[in-house]
Write a protein that binds this ligand. Structure first.
Ligand code: G1P
Length: 299
């Protein structure tokens, strides 16, 4: 069983739901408190043992490449001002030399196509995919939990899932589950954005995948699916004829940061979970609510 050393981050999307914020800035650079979404998922991958970070970008995304590079001017200013803590943090967050790769998806042909654009950078190894829209608060991180299941179940493909109310399944990829063992199971059905009555369950695909390299051949062969796009879910359905797909109902909480309320919720939740901010954020939230005639109480 080969270890997961490479992760692919599809970051070519336009982010129209966040206009005007995303007019000139990639949506993946939106921040939860003080950290860009893309950095949060890179950290999740690093924690899971990933050593090669592959970004599938598009036009207007070059700031992502800059973000994962050294910023000499900034560093020398921080040094001059004696801000050694901030300097150390920047250094610690930086992927090592040669650990990042960037390629472009030239046209918005779908998530499956975006992943396929990384095929030469990934090569013949199993790899992870992390969608930066989905921010998962979990300890250990979601991908680390998946790597553990990958190991326990002897390889194959692993998809992180979570339960949502049935009325939300049409927004996501949905899987069917059999042979549960603790919190993991065999996937016996997958469908992308089904109508509620066609969904095999309420277990949705949460934007984290461990895939075998044979997926690339399947992506080449699938026809455009829902939305006229090349869907990764359709390629996974094809691959599942020959390979095992395992599901993991991970422990943690997802914030769908492709959605305004999800993004704002992530900001509130992560701020409240920060020791240095908790007290002030609580007070600020209370003041905001009471200025609008409500009350917010804490136990
Ligand atoms: C993609 C996947 C879908 C998954 C979702 C998670 O959809 O195709 O299966 O549930 O991400 O965010 P998208 O959000 O790109 O429409």
């Amino acid at each position: 069983m080969r270890p997961i050393k490479t992760a692919v981050f599809p970051v070519a999307g336009l982010g129209t739901r966040f206009l005007p914020a995303t007019k000139a800035m990639p949506k993946e650079m939106l921040t939860v408190v003080d950290k860009p979404l893309i950095q949060m998922v890179v950290e999740e991958a690093k924690e899971a043992g990933v050593e090669h970070f592959v970004f599938v970008t598009g036009r207007n995304k070059s700031v992502i490449e800059d973000h994962f590079d050294k910023q000499y001017e900034l560093e020398s200013t921080l040094r001059r001002r004696g801000k050694s803590k901030q300097l150390d943090k920047l250094e610690e967050d930086l992927p090592g030399a040669g650990q990042t790769s960037f390629t472009r998806q030239q046209e918005p042909l779908g998530l499956g196509h975006a992943i396929w654009c990384a095929r030469h950078l990934v090569g013949q190894e199993p790899f992870a995919v992390l969608l930066p829209d989905m921010i998962i608060e979990a300890n250990p991180g979601c991908l680390a939990q998946m790597v553990e299941v990958y190991r326990q179940r002897g390889g194959g493909n692993v998809i992180a899932v979570e339960e949502v109310p049935m009325e939300h399944v049409h927004r996501y990829g949905v899987v069917g589950a059999k042979d549960w063992q603790d919190n993991h199971f065999s996937i016996d059905a997958m469908v992308e954005k089904p109508k509620r009555e066609h969904a095999p369950s309420n277990l949705i695909i949460s934007g984290r995948y461990i895939l075998q390299p044979e997926i690339f051949k399947e992506i080449e062969n699938v026809q455009p699916g829902i939305g006229g796009e090349i869907q990764i879910t359709d390629a996974m359905i094809a691959l599942s004829a020959n390979q095992n797909f395992h599901g993991l109902r991970f422990s943690g909480k997802t914030y769908d940061c492709g959605d305004k309320v999800g993004f704002l919720s992530a900001n509130v939740a992560f701020a409240l979970d920060r020791e240095d901010l908790n007290a002030e954020v609580r007070a600020a939230l209370q003041a905001i609510i009471s200025a609008r005639g409500g009350t917010l109480t804490w136990n």
